[in-house]
Design a protein around this ligand. Structure first.
Ligand code: NAD
Length: 492
């Protein structure tokens, strides 16, 4: 890094500010280890400036007709479409995922914008005439005020876009604090909002870590916090935000099981398992990291998985478009995952070892497979957040369900089977919020809430869909009395 490395700007009101501080986090291209930018670790003073700007902007924005807010979102939709490939390349550059994964990242966010374009329909209230003698009742959904979003590194576009398009559509103003490791996509997404015609101060962008997050969670002018990241921080943000009277939704970590029945379709199941386990180098909160093969299916699956793993092309996604798997986010992650592999290899059988890529340029870890894992092994419940798959051999479906329900998390679980009865048994007994039936990644879809349970989510109303609208609004119920005093006056 040298002093010419660009500093990532913050947006306060209508001005992009370059913050000079003594603390920066390097933004890497994880595939090359080159430093591409420096994220300023801002202090609470700057956050207070952003809150002030958002508070002022709320006065006008919250009064804008829903159709006017929607029309800006329609412009935004067009701009994202026009800049889609550029954004995908930016995501791939700062996060390391492949171009097709990066397209998926922005596509999922794009769909939330499309959902938010329908705000005039979503934000409608209810009414009941003559709720009492001459009294009509109506409820309206009112915006909350200034809302804040704090996001993780693994989906630089999708996760922030679970938050701000719906918050803004509902008439709130917003402060986004993206992950300091991948701030460049957030800058581009914010620039496009300005280009779409969003008034000054409605969207603000700040960068940093704990100090910024603490200020957002405790400042009296923040009404709601949306957080996504690891469970420890999610729990912390949830308690700090709620202690300070804020509405909080906080998505956390995950450990997701893929249960394969003996009657599962071999080819599509193999494809789904490979993609769920090694897609985005395993850095997905919906990654399938436990493969639970019922009735001895594990043995034949293992051979096929090993074959596919040996043929996965791991490399720099922007240099070689055929790359199937990119690097992990940074050196710390790479070393942490290697340490997990060291430890688990003393407890379970290491069938494929990804540590041999560690000395290559770039933060690479190859696909790794453990077999004969059992619930006593530490990896059973631990989120690895890397390309590491563990195979388990239960006696039957009942045991597979029981193991899955012992995980502390509750983001997702999938079953692969041709049997409707087995799928129904699984679906009714699994304790988590997103279920896949012959689908490896039951992905968040914009028109449904993304529904983590247990330690995968703290709060009540989830992100996206109807719950997203509920989270970013509160009800106002108006009772109106109109006694029958109307007279038909001539000339009116
Ligand atoms: P992280 O918890 O380290 O960081 C998330 C955010 O919290 C970042 O913006 C970061 O700056 C901030 N932060 C970090 N330390 C903090 C502290 N001490 N105090 C206050 N704020 C702090 O998570 P990450 O490594 O960026 O992302 C990976 C994690 O996110 C994984 O556990 C993954 O499962 C989870 N995740 C969950 C979902 C979901 O929907 N449940 C989606 C994506 C990722």
């Amino acid at each position: 890094m040298n002093s010419n490395t660009p500093i990532v700007p913050c947006l306060i009101g209508n001005s992009w500010e370059i913050i000079q501080t003594d603390k920066y986090t390097n933004v890497f291209n994880p595939a090359t280890e080159s430093i591409i930018a420096r994220t300023p670790m801002c202090n609470s003073k700057l956050v207070e400036k952003a809150i002030d700007s958002a508070k002022k902007a709320f006065v006008g924005w919250s009064k804008e007709p829903a159709t006017s807010r929607a029309s800006i979102l329609f412009n935004y939709r067009t701009l994202i479409k026009e800049n889609f490939e550029e954004i995908a390349r930016l995501i791939s550059t700062e996060n390391g995922k492949t171009i097709s994964e990066a397209r998926g990242d922005i596509q999922r966010g794009f769909e939330v914008v499309e959902f938010a374009c329908g705000i005039a329909e979503h934000q409608k209230g209810e009414s009941l005439n003559q709720i009492a003698e001459n009294i009509d009742a109506l409820s309206s959904r009112e915006p909350l005020g200034v809302c804040a979003g704090i996001s993780p590194f693994n989906f630089p576009a999708m996760v922030p876009m679970w938050m701000f398009p719906i918050a803004l559509a509902c008439g709130n103003t917003f402060i986004l604090k993206p992950s300091e490791k991948v701030p460049l996509t957030a800058v581009r997404l914010t620039e496009l909002l300005q280009e779409a015609g969003l008034p000054q101060g409605v969207m603000n962008l700040v960068h940093g870590g704990k100090e910024v997050v603490d200020t957002l969670c405790s400042h009296p002018d923040i009404s709601a916090i949306s957080f996504v990241g690891s469970s420890t921080i999610a729990k912390y943000v949830y308690s700090l935000g709620s202690q300070n009277g804020k509405r909080v939704q906080a998505g956390g970590a995950a450990k997701n099981a893929l249960v394969v029945m003996p009657d599962a379709d071999p080819e599509s199941t193999l494809r789904a398992v490979m993609s769920a386990s090694f897609g985005c180098a395993g850095q997905r909160c919906m990654a399938g990291s436990l493969l639970i093969g019922v009735g001895g299916i594990g043995e034949s699956l293992k051979e096929k998985i090993v074959f596919e793993m040996d043929n996965l092309k791991v490399g720099n996604p922007l240099k070689d478009l055929e790359t199937n798997m990119g690097p992990v986010i940074d050196k710390n992650s790479q070393l942490r995952i290697a340490e997990v592999i060291n430890k688990v290899s003393k407890e379970a059988k290491l069938a494929r070892d990804g540590r041999d890529l560690i000395n290559n340029n770039g933060f690479f870890i190859g696909p790794t497979l453990f077999t004969d894992v059992n619930p006593k092994n530490t990896i059973f419940k631990q989120e690895v957040f890397g390309p590491v798959l563990s195979m388990m051999n239960p006696k039957n479906l009942e045991q597979a369900i029981s193991w899955t329900n012992q995980l502390n998390y509750g983001n997702g679980a999938s079953i692969f089977t041709q049997s409707g009865a087995a799928a129904k048994e699984f679906r009714s007994n699994i304790q988590c919020g997103m279920i896949g039936v012959n689908v490896g990644v039951p992905a968040p879809m914009s028109m449904f809430p993304f529904s983590g349970w247990n330690d995968s989510f703290y709060g009540d109303l989830h992100m996206q869909g109807n719950e997203g609208i509920q989270f970013y609004t509160r009800h106002k119920v108006t009772l109106s009395r109109w006694d029958n005093t109307y007279e038909n006056k001539s000339g009116w």
